[in-house]
Design a protein around this ligand. Structure first.
Ligand code: ADE
Length: 221
């Protein structure tokens, strides 16, 4: 059983995505647990403050260290072997290889920030910092959701077809998937490539590998 926890100010953000499709079925089938932890529950003042203005001036507010660090401690108490990941645009890029690496851990805890970011000292309490890409989201939640989704579909037993896992190992090498076609055989004047209708599986395999390489080289330029 893989244990996921999310530290967030918006636990309701995850309600709908985790209650449909593959994540829903994976949770119901007992492949993972997903627990949302409200960071605000760890605030100590009567206004339940979790943010404050930056020293040195500047716009926006930062997540205060106290409530965030206490929420990390609570997550580690619940799941002592958990791997704590901070979502931040200044982290290392998230990749398919990283998703696979996370599935090998007993569980992960995803820390989501709001406002302009985290007090820098919080970084000392996490195991790694991950970015979804070179753009700024309004919070870590959409990034955490993407990480969760990419990890969940790689957990053993979650995807129906074992071939999907083979395809994933293909994408890990940085090789993209080949183009796919379904019915009708002609759509608005665009035909399905003839080789796919040939029934010659050796030829189809060669064509697919060629197309995948072609596409991968083009995207990397
Ligand atoms: N929080 C805000 N922007 C982010 C990004 N690009 N990746 C991860 N977390 C973020």
């Amino acid at each position: 059983m893989f244990h996921t926890q999310v530290l967030t100010l918006f636990p309701e953000f995850f309600d709908s995505p985790l209650s449909c499709s593959i994540p829903k079925r994976a949770i119901e089938a007992g492949h993972l647990t997903a627990e949302m932890i409200q960071i605000r529950d760890f605030a100590t003042d009567k206004h339940r403050t979790v943010d404050d203005s930056p020293y040195g001036g500047g716009p926006g507010m930062l997540m205060k260290p106290g409530p965030v660090v206490d929420s990390i401690r609570a997550a580690r108490e619940k799941q002592p072997d958990t791997h704590v990941v901070m979502l931040t645009p200044s982290g290392m890029p998230f990749t398919q290889a990283k998703a696979l690496e996370f599935t090998k851990k007993p569980g992960i805890t995803l820390l989501c920030g709001r406002y302009e970011g985290f007090d820098e000292r919080i970084c000392d309490y996490v195991d790694e910092e991950i970015s979804l890409g070179d753009y700024v989201l309004s919070g870590g939640e959409p990034a955490a959701l993407s990480v969760l989704d990419a990890v969940i579909r790689l957990l053993p037993g979650v995807l129906g077809s074992p071939e999907s896992a083979v395809l994933d190992s293909f994408t890990e090498d940085g090789i993209l998937d080949w183009p796919h076609y379904t019915r009708p055989v002609e759509f608005e004047g665009k035909a399905v490539p003839k080789v796919l209708l040939s029934g010659n599986h050796a030829k189809i395999d060669v064509w697919r590998k060629e197309k995948a390489l072609e596409r991968s080289n083009k995207r990397k330029d």
